[in-house]
Design a binder for this molecule. Structure first.
Ligand SMILES: [Zn+2]
Length: 171
């Protein structure tokens, strides 16, 4: 139990590194997401396209059903709350659908074709350095009806946030 708590604490601290935080900020298309959030604010909450997902009817105590953002000085705090809410939803949408790729079977490193899982393997020293406790191994099944290329693909279950910014894939 103590080991699991210590491991979780280590994982959380890995996200509290200023260098890694800067790397995260460099990846986020903040202006684009802010623009999308502003557009989302102009849609009524009942619009299915609002924030690219359903929204609650109340954000920080106010119904945000207006078609246009209020001007400065007109319920600014509520508008700020609505904007932050829409921005957060846009950030989550981008992270889940645009930035990261969900991987069940890792595509073949050699030909990009589908694979089947062979099993687990011990991580290499480098994979372990990025927090992998296990590495999944996949065998090529052949792309576009062609025979398998004999490629064997390793999929280390990386936990290092900075490395995940490079690989952009996980499960
Ligand atoms: Zn292949």
């Amino acid at each position: 139990m103590h080991g699991r708590i210590a491991g979780a604490a280590r994982a959380v601290r890995a996200y509290d590194d200023p260098v890694k935080r800067a790397a995260v900020w460099a990846k986020i298309p903040a202006v684009d997401l802010a623009n999308r959030a502003m557009i989302a604010m102009t849609r009524p909450m009942t619009d299915a396209s609002h924030c690219s997902a359903s929204c609650p009817t109340s954000v920080e105590g106010t119904r945000a059903t207006k078609r246009r953002p209020e001007q400065p000085g007109q319920g600014g705090a509520a508008q700020t709350g609505t904007f932050r809410y829409c921005l957060l939803k846009e950030l989550l949408r981008w992270f889940k659908h645009d930035f990261f790729k969900w991987v069940n079977e890792a595509p073949c490193d050699e030909c990009g074709g589908p694979t089947s899982r062979l099993g687990g393997a011990q991580p290499t020293e480098e994979e372990r350095r990025f927090g992998a406790g296990i590495t999944e191994v996949f065998r090529c099944k052949g792309k576009d009806g062609r025979p398998p290329c004999q490629g064997v693909t390793r999929f280390p279950r990386i936990n290092d946030p900075a490395k995940l910014l490079e690989t952009r894939r996980g499960r």
